[in-house]
Write a protein of this length. Sequence first.
Length: 118
Amino acid sequence: MTETGKSPLVQPWDTIEIGASDYLNGDGVLRLRVIHVRADAAHPNIEWIHLLGTRLHGNRDGQMMMVMVRAAALRRPGAVIRPGPALGAQVPFGDLMPQVHLDSPPASGSTGTSDPQK
């Protein structure tokens, strides 16, 4: 969340879809999966936002590109698609890691030590 309590205009993993006039040197509709947003994007009076992302073509990823996008374009309904859990949702770190059970017996043929001599 930003200081005012509102969610950011755009954040990593969002997908944006904007017209050619809404990004610098636009050459048609841009669909971009955002990878990085510069820190200055949180400034309330910013007009252009620097994004790094992967251009999407249909259901396929395309080239990685840096682009300057009009902040006003990102405020339009439907311009930003935010996937996954709601902003600020807590995802337990353990759910993202493979489960290791320390109390389970060693695999067959293993002595359970790190010394290859034993």
